[in-house]
Design a protein around this ligand. Structure first.
Ligand SMILES: [Zn+2]
Length: 480
């Protein structure tokens, strides 16, 4: 670059310079303590004055209670921000992970829709806008909720350890997933003496993210934290307790001075973050646009398919390509479509992983190209009809798991895509789904939420979640 060009480049607005995107989200859930309505009002008004849009994930019952209490002022203030959804009753038992724990995929999606659908509609009715995102109460997470959210056209926004892709935004089960993020930080509003440390932590996150070319900082609060001494649900629904409505009690409240001090900490924290020119406050839907899936609808050339086939290894996982990413299920769908005889191969859908039991394969089995073509045509139809991969791929009378099939398929596709002779016969060898390491097993730590009954576990549901690792891929920052 010559000196003149260099000078011109320096004058250009830094539109493409890396940015730190801060998502401020508020789980707006306490429907018992009326002072929490005022806390939500104060937060919404403060952020509006600061020119910041937050994301308020509202519980269905909270929206209905605001209406019943005639809090038009709170509703109007929150409406200026983005509205999300945070379940229908939050902590009334059974909570989502409990009622989803014994259900398969489709039954779970329907049950989530049945139990949570009304609250979702109520939030939309009360606030006059479609909630953009959902996040579970406590750690009450279940993979089937993603199936319902996909139908509802929503983003997942929360914090937890069930699915984690290097602490970065990702796609899981076809839903944009802001979940286990490295930069989940906050200032403790009850400890003004620690604000300095929280500011430093934000500054460190900012530095780190700028080095990586930009990224997301996730900051969560609950409006009720500004007014309560203890969480509203902890005093009613702990350890599986499920008292009737008439026995629900209000949590103890903070003193006026404590609330005032908590407000000051938050104001100072926001003021600190705002000083950086490269920090932008965003909502969940803005994040979804920034991380829009660049693979969707893409047509893949034979050259690209060849590169993709060559990258399929014994450990099946997603692929990162220049500017876009493909989940393992998308790789499967594309290579299979080509083997099924489609000349034009386009990513018209992002299939789920298998929801049925996966066939085991202990040792290699033999098959032939003629069978592979017939199987590929059948599997192509299966994916298009069911929107997911089969748990068993039938090579005639022999059923094999999808990961072993994908490996054999990729191997067979390589000479075909080069226009070379393909061997008549081939072996289907055992393979494993490496992407599953990004989904937690049924670790008791997942279910540490105080509201759960003691001994909560969900091994089958977490197995189902692991199978959905087929649909997992990184979300890449790029689109404006
Ligand atoms: Zn909550």
């Amino acid at each position: 670059m010559n000196a003149l060009l260099l000078a011109a480049a320096c004058l250009l607005p830094a539109a493409d310079a890396p940015k730190v995107y801060v998502i401020l989200w508020f789980d707006t859930e306490d429907y018992l303590l009326p002072a929490s309505d005022d806390a939500a009002l104060w937060l919404a008004d403060f952020l509006t004055k600061e020119g910041i849009r937050g994301t308020f994930k509202v519980v269905g019952e909270k929206a209905r209670v605001l209406e019943k209490r005639g809090r038009k002022d709170v509703i109007a203030a929150l409406k200026k921000h983005e509205i999300g959804y945070h379940s229908n009753y939050h902590s009334v038992h059974p909570t989502p992970a409990q009622y989803l724990s014994n259900l398969g995929w489709d039954e779970g999606v329907e049950e989530f829709d049945r139990r949570e659908g009304q609250g979702w509609k109520d939030v939309e009715r009360v606030f006059g806008q479609k909630p953009t995102c959902y996040g579970q109460p406590g750690s009450s997470w279940g993979p089937q909720s993603y199936g319902a959210l996909k139908k509802w056209g929503m983003i997942y926004l929360d914090a937890g350890r069930h699915v984690s892709l290097d602490g970065k935004p990702n796609y899981y089960a076809g839903v944009f997933n802001l979940y286990h993020l490295t930069h989940l930080i906050r200032a403790d509003i009850t400890k003004p003496e620690l604000l300095e440390k929280a500011n430093e932590k934000f500054a460190d996150s900012r530095k780190q993210l700028l080095k990586e070319g930009g990224g997301v900082v996730s900051i969560v609060y609950h409006p009720c934290e500004w007014v309560h001494q203890k969480f509203w649900d902890g005093v009613n629904f702990s350890k599986g307790a499920n008292p009737p409505r008439e026995k629900w009690v209000k949590p103890p409240q903070k003193t006026e001075d404590e609330t005032k001090s908590a407000k000051k900490v938050f104001i100072d924290y926001i003021t600190f973050m705002k000083r950086f020119k490269d920090v932008e406050f965003i909502t969940a839907s803005r994040a979804a646009k920034l991380y829009a899936d660049k693979a969707a609808g893409r047509e893949l050339s034979a050259k690209e398919l060849l590169e993709i086939a060559r990258k399929v290894a014994d450990g099946v996982t997603f692929q990162e390509r220049g500017g876009y990413a493909l989940s393992a299920a998308e790789v499967f769908f594309l290579l299979n479509a080509r083997m099924a005889g489609h000349r034009q191969v386009r990513l018209t859908q992002s299939p789920l992983g298998p929801t049925s039991r996966v066939a085991p394969l202990e040792k290699a089995v033999k098959s032939d190209m003629n069978q592979l073509h017939r199987t590929a045509a059948d599997v192509d139809d299966y994916i298009k009809k069911h929107g997911r991969l089969p748990g068993t791929v039938w090579l005639g009378s022999t059923g094999v798991p999808p990961e072993a099939y994908l490996k054999a398929l990729a191997k067979a596709a390589i000479p075909t895509l080069q226009g070379l002779e393909t061997p008549e016969e081939f072996m289907v060898e055992p393979a494993k789904l490496d992407a599953a390491k990004h989904v937690s097993g049924d670790d008791p730590k997942l279910w540490g939420w105080v509201i759960f009954p003691p001994g909560m576990k969900a091994p089958e549901m977490m197995d189902l979640a692991k199978r959905q690792a087929w649909s997992l891929k990184p979300a890449m920052l790029g689109a404006k």
